[in-house]
Design a binder for this molecule. Structure first.
Ligand code: ADP
Length: 334
């Protein structure tokens, strides 16, 4: 089971990598972040120095990893990739840091999940370009300071607020990525279809865009599923009919809600009578980790006004009931 799962993830990852923009000018949307970042990079290039550390925040699939790769490419630097959960001990991070070459970009995904000791080591490395290497054990242990060449950390987090202030303060630039609008997603789709060499009609692109929850990763994934449908059941053309039929098969509804989103709304409305209910209880009810519900499903459900947040927990808003085909209880919602 886990082998099969890994295999499928690898295929998705490879498909995703093939569609990644390589340059800032190819990166669709996020006009503000793109302009700010291009200034940071150009100034660093002119000075012949590594750019300031960059923190990118925003829900999954909006382009944080892509931007990290672009930063390295635009600086002509190589990229090292790691993540908060992958670093078990401060020593693992010390090893990565002490092997960095001048100007390298170190991408730390899910940086909010770094363990405390690693986080503290990272502050010092980012601020003073120094890492203390501990040699020996117990009472005889000593720390030898090792100077590091200038390098750039690009951190990614689903919410900048999850980072402790001392770490957040070490980043010279923070870019917040927001959901994409339908026009931008259409541009992502047209670009991807071109790279994949598949014929995508304009109305099919609009249909897929409107069901992609404002997220390029989802847009690209749905595009591949529509292509599957078109090749197996259709004539190979990605038409509006193909798009609608494929998205029905994959249970993506007309608002772009998928199975998890609908499970959250259904639990909230039927099991908990519209709430308020705490995140953990809600996650257990849908059989997911709280972090998955919080970072994958909720940002979009909040933004679209399906779910509201109160001090006592999540509540169903009137659109949630309507979307599930239920009538809004009289005492519910704003
Ligand atoms: P994150 O790191 O935020 O989870 P990624 O950078 O991995 O997201 O992006 C997910 C996918 O979406 C990638 O395959 C990338 O090609 C695509 N993508 C993201 N942002 C853009 C964009 N602005 N323009 C074009 N494609 C994008």
């Amino acid at each position: 089971e886990s082998l099969v799962r890994t295999g499928a993830d690898d295929v998705e990852r490879a498909a995703e990598a093939a569609l990644r923009p390589r340059r800032l000018e190819e990166f669709v949307g996020q006009r503000v972040v793109r302009e700010q970042l291009s200034l940071v990079l150009e100034a660093a290039r002119n000075r012949g120095r590594a750019p300031d550390h960059v923190l990118l925040s925003g829900p999954p699939g909006l382009g944080k990893t892509t931007l990290a790769m672009i930063i390295a490419a635009e600086m002509g630097a190589s990229l090292r990739v790691t993540s908060g959960p992958a670093i078990q001990h401060a020593g693992d991070l010390a090893a990565v840091l002490s092997s960095l070459e001048e100007g390298e970009v170190l991408f730390i995904d899910e940086i909010h999940r770094l363990a405390r000791p690693a986080e503290e080591l990272l502050y010092v490395a980012m601020e003073d370009f120094r890492v203390d290497v501990v040699v020996g054990k117990g009472a005889g242990a000593s720390a030898i300071p090792l100077a590091l060449p200038p390098f750039t950390v690009v951190g990614a987090t689903t919410r900048a607020g999850l980072l402790p202030a001392p770490l957040r303060d070490r980043f010279g630039f923070t870019g917040h990525l927001d959901f994409y609008d339908a026009d931008e997603l259409e541009r992502v789709l047209v670009r991807s279809a071109g790279l994949l060499g598949v014929p995508l009609s304009h109305d099919a692109a609009a249909e897929i865009a409107s069901r992609s929850r404002g997220t390029p990763r989802i847009a690209n994934r749905l595009l591949r599923r529509v292509r599957d449908w078109a090749e197996v059941r259709g004539d190979g053309n990605l038409t509006l009919e193909a798009a609608r039929a494929a998205l029905t098969v994959y249970e993506v509804d007309e608002r772009g809600l998928d199975r998890l989103d609908r499970a959250v709304l259904t639990a909230l409305c039927t099991r908990f009578g519209g709430g308020p209910v705490g995140l953990t209880t809600l996650a257990v009810a849908v059989g997911e980790e709280p972090e998955t519900v919080e970072t994958v499903a909720e940002p979009f459900l909040f933004r679209e006004g399906f779910v509201g947040r109160t001090p006592r927990g999540r509540i169903a808003m009137p659109p949630a009931w309507t979307h599930l085909g239920m009538s809004v209880p009289r005492d519910q919602g704003a």
